[in-house]
Design a protein around this ligand. Structure first.
Ligand code: ADP
Length: 348
């Protein structure tokens, strides 16, 4: 019976893998009992769609070997393979992902200004915009389309590689570089994951102290593949203070704390904590979205509170102009410096 199962598994392949699952060594064990067969598989990148396809293919192939799956139960156990060394990217010291529960809470604005603050502190910094739903880093760094298309692809002995584009001293690569302005990116999970894998592994990042990864909002396949494919030093979460935003953050925290993922949460940043008006004479703070929402959440969830950023017209204005606000506004620069230092401290 075991041989029959092995034969069946020899006809099962993982996408892009030329070897069948027996040859590639991912089938760790096959246990044959009277009325049950257990197959243990170890996967480096167990995203939902890969898992599902694998299970389907295995069942199909086993049936094809004339094994009566009505009489014999087939149990497939898929585990995450921990290959930490393989997940490290040579030359990059620290990879930090910035996440949020919802879109529009300022995740990209914060990724941008943390990257520039790190650069200003003397570090070599890269920023990978992995937000498939709304890649806004090119706009925030004032990277026009032509410039991007002329230097993104580098031909090297018939192989295509990628060079990040440097803006304000930060090396940048974005999923947005591969779509026209205003065009929707309608990639399905596997396609986006493949594109991201290339952006991470086939890019000449050079030597970096920090690679900041701007994740899409929420939880999904992209998150899973990033979390499992690269060795992250930690996650920084961004949220606004109101309940609606925090309920989604709760879900994200749940994902980062799944035992098979378990990536350290370095802390949480509260954005748009209070409104500061332009009139300098009034220093009054208006708590539009409620006071201390993120601080209280951080306490409850045992997450470090990294700092708060006011809602300020200038932040939006400079963002629209494609200039990181920390280069223009001293007060905001200091706030970001403090948050960035907190992140560095948490790393050590
Ligand atoms: P996300 O990446 O979470 O979708 P963005 O960083 O794109 O959010 O921010 C959404 C919008 O809010 C942008 O126009 C940005 O300029 C603005 N914004 C973000 N943070 C602030 C802030 N603290 N004060 C004013 N505007 C902000």
């Amino acid at each position: 019976m075991k041989q029959k199962i092995e034969k069946a598994l020899e006809n099962v392949f993982i996408i892009e893998n030329k070897k069948n699952i027996i040859e590639s060594g991912i089938v760790k064990k096959i246990d044959v009992f009277k009325d049950e067969i257990r197959i243990y598989i170890s996967l480096y990148n167990p995203t939902m769609h890969i898992k599902k396809k694998l299970e389907k293919d295995i069942y199909k192939s086993i049936k094809y070997q004339n094994i009566d799956t009505k009489k014999i139960r087939i149990k497939i156990e898929i585990q995450l393979e921990d290959k930490d060394t393989e997940r490290k990217i040579p030359g990059i010291k620290n990879i930090i992902a910035v996440a949020s529960g919802k879109g529009g809470v300022g995740k990209s604005t914060i990724s941008t200004n943390i990257s520039v603050s790190l650069m200003k502190m003397g570090f070599h910094v890269g920023l990978l915009d992995a937000d498939i739903y709304g890649p806004s880093i090119p706009l925030m760094f004032n990277l026009e389309e032509e410039k991007v298309h002329s230097c993104i692809i580098k031909k090297n002995k018939g192989l295509y590689g990628m060079n990040p584009i440097t803006s304000y001293g930060v090396k940048i690569l974005s999923l947005g570089f591969f779509s026209k302005y205003g065009e929707a990116i309608v990639w399905r999970g596997p396609m986006a994951t493949k594109a991201l894998r290339q952006l991470i592994h086939e890019t000449n990042w050079g030597l970096l102290d920090f690679l900041i990864v701007d994740l899409p909002p929420g939880t999904g396949d992209i998150h899973l593949s990033i979390l499992q494919e690269i060795s992250l030093k930690g996650i920084v979460i961004v949220s606004t203070p109101q309940k609606i935003a925090l309920s989604d953050v709760h879900r994200s925290v749940g994902m980062f704390r799944i035992p098979s993922i378990k990536v350290p949460i370095l802390g949480i940043i509260e954005n748009m904590s209070f409104l500061l008006t332009k009139e300098k004479e009034t220093k009054k703070k208006y708590y539009l979205f409620g006071k201390n929402g993120v601080k209280n959440f951080a306490n409850e969830m045992n997450i470090f509170f990294l700092g708060e950023i006011p809602l300020l017209q200038e932040i939006r204005e400079y963002s629209d102009l494609g200039i990181p606000v920390v280069l223009k506004n001293d007060q905001i620069k200091k706030i970001f410096e403090k948050i960035t230092k907190n992140i560095i401290e948490k790393l050590s």
